[in-house]
Design a protein around this ligand. Structure first.
Ligand code: SF4
Ligand code: SF3
Length: 547
């Protein structure tokens, strides 16, 4: 196996024996094979699009399949084999259609389109189609940057599609981008251009998801989320899928079960549509990697709607109360099947299991304040502009992204603590758990940490920045009193980073490490062009940002 898609990759070079995340060699290879099959499907789709045959449902299928290959989503080899089988069947169906249209007048298709395998041949073949298949390390780096960005786009696209929102340009780009990674004739410049277009499409899909979420559930509002526990047994819902949460809340009303959020589901509390549920109690625990303890202590049923699900310890007590749904699977956990057309998912097994559980053990009390997405922040625009003009606010620091296990991530807490009192932190994603509980106070009633929401809500932070640029009459967003100090872990963060670069934000500080998948040459191009730099230490970086 070879995998270097996440921030925790071994020695920042690549996992080769077993993933630091816990991924086995077999599973890693199956992901490679799935991606190879999806590239074949994408190749055929691009050719069909040239003939005016466009199938949005194929793009939605790719979204869900690629989502499974994101770090900490799907741990079930059998499920991935099923997905490979479905991918190859769809690829072959579309290929037959293409062949008929071309009447034999076409180039030879690449192997990704033509290979045929029986299920028991997957493991062996998979070893030949992974990341290292591209020998040149710069081409490999660019291809994988495109693929990881597209994975993030797919995750956000899938959430939007579930709510009935799609963007045809993005649907088509997913196919074009994936297919391009098969093309040996593309130059480095052409691949760099595709990396930038990946960023542009990441902006589009985050905008679409923002539209989907806000049109369906309302604009996030400033909200105090409770951290304590109630007396009823609970269900802890984690991941990013708001539709799953909506249906779970409906189905648990009046059942004597309380609903708590974990990790990236926290921002669901900010949406008006969910505030009416009295049994939607609060947030429990910390960011994703604390789940090994948090899920033990919770005592109740746990529902994982997306990442991050980490492998359970052998001596865990919660496998039999762990449920997965959507793109998430874990061997031994009950999977709640997809919705049938026009119907809700059936969460009754989760509810029945929760009712047999003890209430959660209280870990902390107090509250978290959030809900500062673009609509709220822009409604405060006058107040904010006034505070900047009067000098009460000297600088905004965007500290968004992912949390992770590396001890070096203490840096982000230290930065938040040491930033001067006239700075405001704009956050989104699970990186916030490193500082959201700190008592940082406010500036003239504006909290010093403004949480916009999940990682995709980084879009909100970009919207805020672009609107402030207009309000201040600036010609360049980089002239705003705004700096970026981002944390990354998985591939959605890659999409967010590429989105920010494509919007013209420069001098972003990123950590705890620069992506291992950036070859030295590619990293140099990105840092020369965009000023992207790795974190150093809190004091030096704060000085740099405030300069
Ligand atoms: Fe390694 Fe990260 Fe890949 Fe897991 S996802 S195998 S930790 S690079
Ligand atoms: Fe977190 Fe896994 Fe990335 Fe959505 S939940 S930000 S790491």
């Amino acid at each position: 196996m070879f995998c270097y898609q996440c921030q925790e990759t071994s020695r920042n070079l690549g996992c080769t024996m077993r993933g630091v995340c816990g991924k086995s060699e077999t599973l890693a290879n199956l992901f490679d094979l799935l991606i190879y099959g999806l590239k074949g499907l994408a190749y055929v789709s691009v050719k069909l699009q040239e003939k005016d045959r466009y199938y949005p449902e194929d793009s939605v299928f790719v979204m869900s399949a690629l989502f499974k290959t994101i770090t900490n989503v799907n741990w079930d080899e059998e499920n991935i084999k099923d997905t490979i089988e479905t991918t190859l069947a769809l690829r072959d169906k579309r290929k037959d259609e293409l062949c008929k249209l071309m009447e034999g007048k076409c180039d030879t298709c690449p192997e990704a389109v033509t290979f045929q395998l029986k299920r028991d041949e997957y493991d062996e073949f998979a070893k030949k189609v992974g990341v290292l298949r591209t020998e040149n390390e710069d081409i490999r780096s660019l291809r994988e940057t495109i693929i990881y960005g597209i994975k993030g786009i797919c995750a956000y696209g899938e959430h939007a599609a579930i709510l009935g929102f799609q963007d045809d340009d993005v649907n088509k780009f997913i196919m074009e981008g994936l297919s391009a990674t098969l093309d040996d004739n593309l130059t480095v410049d052409q691949l760099v251009n595709l990396v930038l277009r990946t960023g542009e499409n990441a902006v589009k899909i985050m905008a679409k998801l923002d539209e989907a979420n806000t049109k369906t559930y309302g604009n996030p509002e400033p909200t105090k989320v409770k951290l304590g526990v109630g007396k009823n047994p609970g269900i802890l819902i984690s991941g990013h899928d708001l539709k799953d949460l909506e249906e779970l809340l409906k189905q648990t009303e009046g059942k004597g079960v309380d609903i708590y959020t974990h990790g990236e589901m926290l921002p669901a509390h900010y949406y008006p549509a969910f505030k009416k549920y009295k049994h939607f109690i609060g947030n429990y625990g910390d960011s994703w990697w604390h789940q090994l303890e948090d899920f033990e202590n919770f005592n109740g049923a746990i529902l994982m709607t997306t990442n991050c699900l980490v492998p359970l310890r052998k001596e865990n007590t919660y496998l039999e109360r762990l449920f997965t749904t959507g793109t998430v699977n874990y061997p031994g956990a009950v999977h709640i099947p997809d919705r049938e057309k026009g119907r809700e998912k059936d969460f009754s097994p989760v509810i029945a299991r929760a009712l047999k559980c003890q209430p959660p053990k209280e870990l902390e009390t107090g509250e978290i304040t959030g809900g500062f997405a673009h609509s709220t922040v822009l409604s405060l625009a006058d107040k904010i502009i006034e505070a900047v003009k009067s000098g009460a606010i000297k600088r905004f620091v965007v500290m968004a992204g992912c949390d992770g296990r590396m001890p070096s991530r203490k840096y982000f807490t230290e930065v938040a603590e040491k930033l001067p009192k006239d700075t405001v932190i704009l956050t989104a994603g699970c990186a916030k758990y490193r500082y959201i509980k700190l008592p940082l106070g406010d500036i003239n009633g504006i909290p010093r940490i403004l949480d916009a929401g999940q990682c995709n809500d980084s879009y909100s932070l970009a919207v805020i920045a672009l609107k402030l640029k207009e309000a201040f009459g600036l010609d360049d967003v980089n002239k705003l009193p705004l700096s970026f100090d981002l944390a990354w872990y998985e591939q959605k963060a890659v999409a967010v980073l590429l989105a920010l670069l494509s919007l013209g934000f420069k001098n972003i500080i990123l950590g705890p490490t620069l992506p291992g998948f950036l070859s030295p040459n590619v990293a140099k191009v990105i840092s020369d062009t965009f000023g992207l730099q790795q974190i150093t230490d809190a004091d030096s970086d704060i000085a740099k940002m405030l300069a």
